[in-house]
Design a protein around this ligand. Structure first.
Ligand SMILES: Cc1ncc(COP(=O)(O)O)c(C=O)c1O
Length: 404
């Protein structure tokens, strides 16, 4: 999720003492990271095999990874690229929307899902989220459509699918393009249909905090052959075809290297096993946090949807004061437990406020949820003892947190 730090939202445990913590963990307790990639020797060997082959880019693993992604997502095409942001940018670029057009999207996401619109001089038209899933409130989308609206870009936040059947119907009725930012949702599905094929195109991200990783990397999935062709051209400097020095359009370098593709191919083979283990860790958290239900909530997901566990996010209920979440984060960090405030509202990011004049109160549900959510350590190898330690530390902090 960032360039310079592995997990940029981490608060520094040493920056300020926690107002609610007096007893940091003894040094014998190892820090619990927010996320941790899961790598096997087999996966390392695949990468080494590429290094020995000396074909470090545009080799057989790129194609194999793309084929496996298309199969997994039930789409005709997959185009692997160097990041989730690159995948989204290629999609938006390939849809060729007119400059200045509006794209309906969510303010509760990682900033990349809106940034890619600005790359192409498009205007994000935010629609607030539902407090039950933290996803775009699809019931409000129809009212937000104007004559300038050209597309909807929905995000499967934290791996919880958006109401895709309803969005698909709306997009068809209003002749809008439909983009799925599925960077956090690989392996999720709605009504048995995998995420990746619901929109005109979907993006996936494989940063090391994701369910599977390629280091840096991403992928586009689509059933539209022409769109896939344009994405392939954009990722490779606008080339007309692979390997030729003819550039039909303005392109970029979003190529995924062969080591990353080999890792992605091997990780994808283990996706189901990894998702099962993440779901088991999530179950452990549900059990451990169940006694705190009056103070701590967690987002749900629609009954017909199969979510893919990306992060484990909890929310302090509304009787806590606005600064309680940040105090809780410092307390957890002081005890060696990394956590992150996923997600700050995009419309209140300084750049977006300056450029578009957004202000607090514009999207109240998003703002209320954003102020109270935090992601806890979450990865497939977390033990019951790890989860219990997080729950115990969180429980100890709650009585001292400020209330309204
Ligand atoms: C919802 C969402 N969209 C886009 C991205 C961008 O992906 P990347 O960091 O691979 O560019 C991320 C990454 O975390 C994400 O969570």
């Amino acid at each position: 999720m960032g360039d310079d730090l592995p997990f940029p939202f981490l608060l520094s445990a040493t920056s300020s003492p926690s107002p609610v913590s007096s007893q940091p963990s003894p040094p014998t307790e190892a820090p619990l990271p927010l996320a941790r990639p899961s790598l096997t020797d087999h996966e390392r060997e695949r990468v080494l095999e590429v290094l020995h082959s000396e074909q470090l880019s545009r080799g057989p693993y790129l194609e194999a990874f793309e084929d496996a992604m298309a199969e997994r997502c039930g789409t005709e095409h997959a185009v692997a690229v160097s990041s989730g942001t690159g995948a989204l940018h290629c999609i938006v670029r390939a849809l060729d929307l007119p400059a200045g057009a509006e794209v309906i999207t969510t303010p509760f996401s990682f900033v990349a899902s809106s940034n890619v619109l600005l790359y192409e001089d498009l205007r994000p038209r935010y629609v607030d989220i539902t407090p039950s899933t933290y996803n775009l409130d699809v019931d409000r989308v129809a009212d937000a459509i104007t004559p300038e609206t050209e597309a909807i870009l929905a995000v499967d936040v934290f791996g919880v699918p958006v109401d895709w059947p309803l969005l698909r119907t709306l997009a068809d009725e209003h002749d809008l393009q439909l983009i799925d930012d599925a960077c956090e949702a690989i392996g999720a599905s709605v009504g048995g249909c995998p995420i990746g094929g619901w929109g005109d195109a979907a993006s996936f991200g494989f940063y090391p905090n994701k369910q599977i990783t390629t280091g840096e990397g991403g992928c586009i999935t689509t059933n539209d052959a022409a769109l896939a062709r344009r994405c392939r051209a954009f990722r490779n400097q606008g080339r007309a075809g692979n390997g030729r020095m003819q550039h039909d359009r303005l392109g970029y370098n979003y190529r995924l290297d062969e080591m990353s593709a080999a890792l992605g191919f091997a990780q994808l083979e283990r996706l189901d096993a990894l998702l099962d283990r993440r779901a088991a860790v999530a179950d452990r958290y549900h059990d451990a946090l169940a006694p705190l239900a009056e103070d701590v909530a967690r987002p749900g997901w629609p009954a017909e949807a199969e979510r893919s566990w990306f992060v484990y996010v909890v929310r302090l209920r509304d009787h806590f004061a606005d600064d309680a979440r940040d105090q809780l984060m410092v307390h957890l960090q002081d005890h060696g437990i990394e956590c992150a405030p996923y997600f700050p509202p995009i419309h209140l990011q300084p750049y977006y406020r300056d450029r578009f004049g957004f202000a607090p109160g514009d999207f109240p549900v998003c703002e209320r949820i954003s102020a109270r959510t935090l992601a806890l350590p979450f990865y497939d190898t977390m033990t019951r003892a790890d989860v219990d330690r997080v729950a115990k530390t969180l429980t100890a902090a709650l009585p001292s947190l400020p209330r309204r």
